[in-house]
Ligand binder design. Sequence first.
Ligand code: PBG
Length: 324
Amino acid sequence: MKRYRRLRKNQNIRNLVSNFKININNFIYPLFIEEGENIKEEIKSMPGQYRFSIDKLNDELDELYALGVKNLLLFGIPKHKNSCGSEAYNDNGIIQQAIKYIKKYNPNFLIISDVCMCEYTSHGHCGILENDDVNNDETLKKLGEIALSHAKAGADIIAPSDMMDGRIGYIREILDNNGYKDIPIMAYSVKYASNFYGPFRDAADSAPSFGDRKTYQMDYKRDSREAIDIALNDIKNGADIIMVKPAIAYLDIISKLREKIYTPIAAYCVSGEYSMIKAAAMNGWLNEKNIVIEKINSLQRAGVDIIISYHTKDIAKWIMDGEI
Ligand code: PBG
């Protein structure tokens, strides 16, 4: 009889054959920056996550840096929204200011900027509307301006999350033509019209005021072929990192992509995934640390290289305290 339990006998022997390590360098922490002063406001639906105004960022940045959390994904919440989301490509807008501020405060942070319009448009959709739907090609022009303004402000990586067709090639060309050939694009390539984004839309004040995002984000009621096709197309057009979003319900997609592409894969553990774990943990219904680690291990098995997670600070603390 093959006795599998021999290698499970005690912690030492389990450690010997374990082949997953959790390294904080592979994690990205999302930060919400709100225009205004003196703001550090907890997001109701995401306990432990905050919106910060720039003047309240220092303590948070110091804490993150001390924990070894250096990769930040920035989302901006402007004071003023309009139908064309013009604050998104204002060189002096909230996110552009935040990028400059963080880079100056501590240049060792890696700043990844989310390129989208939903936090900036009065209607909450991810682009320019025409007849109540987002016009793809008009939106591309704006996305190009947004990406360029982020690059000018000092972003290290540009991360388009809008889901317009052709955006990766379009943004790549604009960056290249303006002297930003070396700025990588982390493409939200495989982004589903998911129900798991609810708490984020509270956090970023970006829920669509009518309809939904199903004409531009992907339909999860399909098999994996579209995901693979999109990823290959984005790679051909200049994507340096391919993201899958959400993470937990899409491990099959990640694992299939892993077999087909050589580009690094990032998984976004989105707001709903975080809030579900938090809520259960706060009720004492499950052990937060163990659940988070188990989830990370599942992503590692599926084949991800990079994990975007609201739990990143906790993970860093657990690593520091020798708990993982
Ligand atoms: C912007 C964007 C969204 C998220 C990341 N970028 C919201 C959306 O597409 O509605 C969701 C992130 C999360 O839920 O944590 N388009």
